[in-house]
Design a protein around this ligand. Structure first.
Ligand code: FES
Length: 162
């Protein structure tokens, strides 16, 4: 995390003095963007840098489901299970992905390629059911579209692409 401190210093300039706790979330987001997850050593370093109680960092980490404490697969498939998606077949989407990938929600494939996660509303209810892959939205999903998506991602990995 230490190499991010110059960026954190710039962020700090935007906040009045004494508002270090407001920096916990943006710093954690940046750490995750950099490492892929928030490691124990990042928490220790952030507490030391911001001079905030560790519990404050822990609270932010446990409240925001987008923040991760463990590494995940190269492709993070987040399947929405909230009401609009549920009414348009989210359970089937999740079950299909689970069967196809051979993992349960919350797990990563043994080769580290895919992590499947169930999430709450992704804010795209009008195009339910929705699955996010890393930062990209995939909407109006069907089993055929899921198969195509997963097969294309896996083929890209086999070909050595991104
Ligand atoms: S309920 Fe799934 S995107 Fe809103």
């Amino acid at each position: 995390m230490k190499h991010l401190i110059p960026e954190f210093e710039k962020m700090k300039e935007r906040y009045p003095e004494g508002f270090e706790s407001s920096l916990v979330l943006p710093c954690l987001r940046r750490i995750q963007e950099d490492r892929g997850f928030v490691a124990e050593e990042d928490i220790v370093a952030l507490v030391d840098y911001l001079k905030v109680p560790r519990i404050q960092v822990e609270e932010v980490l446990s409240y925001y489901t987008m923040l991760r404490r463990k590494p995940i697969g190269r492709f993070h498939l987040q399947a929405c299970r909230n009401i609009a998606c549920s009414m348009r077949g989210a359970e089937g989407v999740i079950a299909h992905l689970s069967r196809k990938l051979g993992v349960k929600p919350g797990q990563t494939t043994p080769d580290g390629t895919f992590t499947l996660t169930e999430v709450e509303c992704l804010g795209s209810c009008g195009t339910a059911p929705v699955v996010m892959v890393n930062e990209a939205y995939h909407e109006n999903m069907s089993t055929e579209k899921l198969d195509r998506l997963v097969d294309e991602l896996a083929a890209g990995v086999r070909a050595g692409g991104k």
